[in-house]
Ligand binder design. Structure first.
Ligand code: ZN
Length: 296
């Protein structure tokens, strides 16, 4: 009788876990559906709002193996890949380890656990894995401790041109804030670090509509629903730069520790930045409504 109960509880736990898992993936899909006209290249990811637990990590690592992914471990990463993509694993591995060192120095943070990285053979197999439209041009995703990447396809400049630095920074934000942050903030920090390390900014890939601007509340509360994703991301970068002022990485670390103690990043922003004088090309000061404004 006791054994039966234990077995029942065990299966119920699995069902509850799978349900939660589905729920999070559902949220990913929701957040990633942008209008067709929105540029999608390199606009990446969704991330966790809490540091979900090790069960998620181990369970999913097991799932990837069950789905036919092979694993190669480097000093700090576990790389999951399909056999046909083996020749690209070394490029990702060296890019990942370089990122680990450089960003580790910047933030004085060197995770001791091995970070799982899932490499997809191409754009469409990655889109399929997340239930996105086939044409979704996403290069990388950070989600609950996992970095998901499209294959570098032999690109020798992958460290500079790929999304590893950006996605890895999301992991750092997640870890150092204890999962307490807003979407705009992690996108702002990821772009800030990317710009420092590789020189990349979004406007190198997009014709950014200079007329579209968003109000602070749009960025605070509706970041993933804003129709012009590139403008929203650049606004988040402007806001992050305004927030840290001349303090650079040290100031980002200060904000991280405040967030880890339970502070709210939107409140920190409003207290430390004079928004009415904020120098940013993508923020509107007008009291417009959700959805952004177009200058006349
Ligand atoms: Zn991102």
């Amino acid at each position: 009788m006791k054994n039966k109960k234990i077995i029942l509880i065990f299966f119920l736990s699995i069902i509850v876990f799978l349900t939660i898992n589905e729920f999070f993936y559902y949220n990913i899909n929701e957040n990633q559906i942008y209008p067709e006209s929105t540029p999608k290249y390199k606009i990446t990811d969704v991330n966790t709002t809490n540091n979900f637990n090790l069960i998620y990590k181990y369970f999913n690592e097991y799932l990837y193996k069950a789905k036919g992914f092979e694993v190669i471990e480097t000093e700090h990463f576990k790389l999951f890949f399909k056999q046909e993509n083996r020749s690209n694993v070394q490029i990702v591995a060296s890019s990942a380890e370089k990122t680990y060192d450089i960003i580790g120095e910047m933030f004085d943070f060197f995770p001791r656990f091995k970070i799982p990285v899932v490499i997809y053979a191409d754009q469409s197999s990655m889109a399929r894995a997340f239930g996105w439209p086939e044409e979704e041009k996403v290069q990388g995703v950070y989600y609950m401790g996992f970095i998901h990447l499209q294959s570098p396809l032999g690109n020798k400049d992958y460290f500079k041109e790929g999304p590893m630095v950006h996605e890895y920074t999301h992991l750092v934000v997640d870890e150092l804030t204890g999962g307490n942050y807003s979407r705009w903030f992690t996108e702002g920090v990821a772009q800030y670090v990317e710009q420092q390390v590789t020189g990349y900014t979004l406007d190198m890939d997009f014709d950014v509509d200079e007329k579209t601007k968003y109000q602070l509340n749009d960025i605070f509360y509706c970041f993933d629903e804003l129709p012009d994703t590139a403008v929203a991301y650049l606004a988040a970068l402007d806001m992050t730069k305004a927030l840290i002022g001349d303090g650079q990485i040290d100031e980002i670390k200060n904000v991280f520790s405040m967030l880890k103690s339970g502070a709210c990043v939107n409140e920190i922003f409003l207290q430390s930045v004079d928004a009415s004088h904020m120098e940013g090309e993508h923020i509107a000061m007008a009291n417009n409504t959700y959805g952004g404004v177009q200058d006349e």
